[in-house]
Design a protein around this ligand. Structure first.
Ligand code: FAD
Length: 420
C-alpha cells in the first residue's frame, strides 16, 4: 500500500496537547489542510502545567543503572522523588519489567543514541515555529543550572555528564564563586553546579502552547472540539475519524497525539505500546518574589524550579506511578515548597496553586513517532514522558517528512511502534 501524499492532503491530528499542536502547525505550514481535534480546549491537559523546559541534555534514558540503584531508597519514602501506589502494582508490573530490561548497558547505549539524535535538533526545529508564532519573547535561551551539594555529589554524576558530552551535549561546571555570580539567590548548601548553555525554557508552558495553537489557526488550520471515538479505515487505509458529535471527519492521514489517552487507538488496532502515566505535580507561586534568571534543577531531589517572570516561580517534578485517574496526592506538590526554600531561601506563597499531570511514558523513554505498520495513513506520536514540550517541534517535523514522504536522511527506526 502507498502512503504517498501531496501537500494538498487532508490531515486530522487527534489531541491538542503540545505534541499535537506543534505537529498540526508544521503540517499546515507545509501546505496541508489540517484539522486538529480535541475533546477539550487546547493544551489543558498535561501540556498545561509542565515545567516549561526544553531539556536538551536529557539524552540518557530514565532506566539507567544509576537510577535503578536509587529506586529502593526512594520507595521507602512515600513523599520521596518516586512513589508507587501499591494497589496499582499488578497492572504496572509488565511495564516495570520492560523498564528494568531497558537498563541493560547495551540497550542504554542504543536508547541514549536515539534520544540524542532527537534532542540535538530540538532548538533548530523549534526556532522557525517560535519565530512564526511570534513567541520569541517567551523563549529564554540562557541555559540551566543543575545543583550539587558537594564535589562528591557531583563526582557521582560525572560519568553521566561525560557520556552526555560524548552525545553532543555541551556543559561546563561552576564552582561556588561562579554560582554566586550567576545565581546569587542559591543558598550556600549548594557548592557545585553544571550549566548547559543549549538548555532553554519558557515563562509559562500553557501560554507557549496556546501561542502555537493560535498560530495554527492564523495560518488557516481548523480546530474541532469533539471526542474522537475511533479511527475509520477502508481497504487497509485510513479514511478518517469517527467523532462523538461531528460524525466522520474524512482524512487522507490521521495522527494520534493523545498523550496518555492514546491507548484507546492502539487498542483499536491491537498494537502493544506499553504506555503508563508517570504522574507529576507542580506548585505555582505567582508572587514568590524571587527574581531567578536560570532554570534550576536539584539533582538529588529530582525537582526543578522554573522562573516564570515578575518574581513568580513554578516548582515541579517527582514521579508517582499510579493509574491516570487515581485521585491526586497533593502532599506530593506541597513538599516541593520546603525543598525549594532550601535552595532559594524563603518566599511568598500568596495565591499559590497546585496541579497534577500525566506524563505519557513508555518504559524505554524513547517516544513513539511512527506510522502504523499495517494501516496506510495512520501515525502515532505518543510516549513523550518527561520531554513532550521539548520534543514537540521535532516530532512534528519528523511526522511531516514521513507523511509527505520527504527525504530527510534522519533515521526514524528507533521511534517505531512495533519495537515493543
Ligand atoms: C510535573 C510535570 C513537569 C513536566 N515538565 C516538563 C518539562 O519541563 N519539559 C518537557 O519537555 N516536558 C515536561 N513534562 C512532560 C510534558 O508535559 C508531556 O510530555 C507533554 O505535555 C505531553 O504532551 P501531549 O501533547 O502528548 O499530551 P497532552 O498534553 O496530555 O495532550 C493530549 C490531548 O489529547 C486529548 N485527547 C485525548 N483523548 C482524546 C480523544 N479520544 N478525542 C479527542 N481528544 C483527545 C486530550 O484532551 C489532550 O488535550 C512535564 C510533565 C509533568 C507532569
Amino acid at each position: 500500500m502507498s502512503n504517498s501524499l501531496t501537500s494538498a492532503a487532508d490531515i486530522v491530528v487527534v489531541g491538542a496537547g503540545v505534541v499535537g499542536i506543534a505537529t498540526a502547525l508544521q503540517l499546515r505550514l507545509a501546505g496541508c489542510a489540517v484539522t486538529l481535534v480535541d475533546r477539550g480546549e487546547p493544551a489543558m491537559e498535561t501540556s498545561y502545567g509542565n515545567a516549561g523546559a526544553f531539556a536538551v541534555s536529557d539524552v540518557i534514558p530514565l532506566a539507567e543503572p544509576g537510577v535503578l540503584r536509587k529506586v529502593p531508597g526512594w520507595m521507602l519514602d512515600p513523599l520521596g522523588p518516586l512513589a508507587l501506589r501499591w494497589r496499582y502494582l499488578p497492572t504496572l508490573a509488565p511495564w516495570l519489567a520492560r523498564f528494568v530490561a531497558a537498563s541493560r548497558p547495551k540497550r542504554v547505549a542504543e536508547l541514549t543514541r536515539a534520544m540524542a539524535a532527537l534532542l540535538n535538533r530540538v532548538n533548530d526545529d523549534y526556532a522557525p515555529l517560535i519565530q512564526r508564532a511570534g513567541l520569541n519573547q517567551l523563549w529564554r535561551r540562557h541555559g540551566n543550572l543543575t545543583l550539587y551539594r558537594s564535589e562528591e555529589e557531583f563526582g557521582a554524576a560525572q560519568a553521566a555528564w561525560d557520556d552526555k558530552r560524548r552525545h553532543g551535549v555541551g556543559w561546563h561546571k561552576l564552582g561556588r564563586a561562579e554560582l554566586e555570580r550567576d545565581a546569587p539567590q542559591v543558598g550556600k548548601e549548594w557548592q557545585v553546579a553544571v550549566n548547559v548553555p543549549a538548555w532553554s525554557h519558557v515563562d509559562d508552558p500553557y501560554t507557549f502552547s496556546r501561542g502555537l495553537f493560535d498560530a495554527f489557526i492564523r495560518e488557516g488550520g481548523r480546530f474541532v472540539q469533539d471526542e474522537v471515538l475511533a479511527t475509520a479505515c477502508a481497504s487497509g487505509r485510513i479514511a478518517g475519524v469517527e467523532t462523538a458529535n461531528s460524525g466522520r471527519l474524512k482524512a487522507d492521514a490521521v495522527v494520534i497525539a493523545c498523550g496518555i489517552w492514546s491507548d484507546r487507538f492502539t487498542r483499536q488496532h491491537k498494537y502493544r505500546i506499553p504506555l503508563e502515566s508517570e504522574r507529576g505535580y507542580h506548585v505555582t507561586l505567582p508572587k514568590a518574589g524571587v527574581a531567578l534568571h536560570h532554570f534550576i534543577q536539584c539533582a538529588s531531589e529530582s525537582f526543578v524550579i522554573l522562573p516564570m517572570g515578575n518574581g513568580g516561580l513554578r516548582l515541579a517534578g517527582t514521579v508517582e506511578l499510579a493509574h491516570r485517574d487515581a485521585p491526586p496526592d497533593w502532599r506530593r506538590a506541597h513538599i516541593l515548597i520546603d525543598k525549594a526554600k532550601r535552595i532559594v531561601g524563603d518566599f511568598d506563597t500568596t495565591d499559590m496553586s497546585v496541579w497534577m499531570g500525566n506524563r505519557p511514558s513508555v518504559p524505554d523513554t524513547v517516544p513513539v513517532i511512527a506510522p502504523a505498520p499495517d494501516v496506510g495513513g495512520l501515525y502515532f506520536a505518543t510516549g513523550h514522558g518527561h520531554l513532550g514540550l521539548t520534543l514537540a517541534a521535532t516530532t512534528g517535523a519528523l511526522l511531516t517528512d514521513m507523511i509527505l514522504r520527504r527525504p530527510s536522511g534522519f533515521d526514524v527506526s528507533p521511534y517505531r511502534l512495533d519495537r515493543f
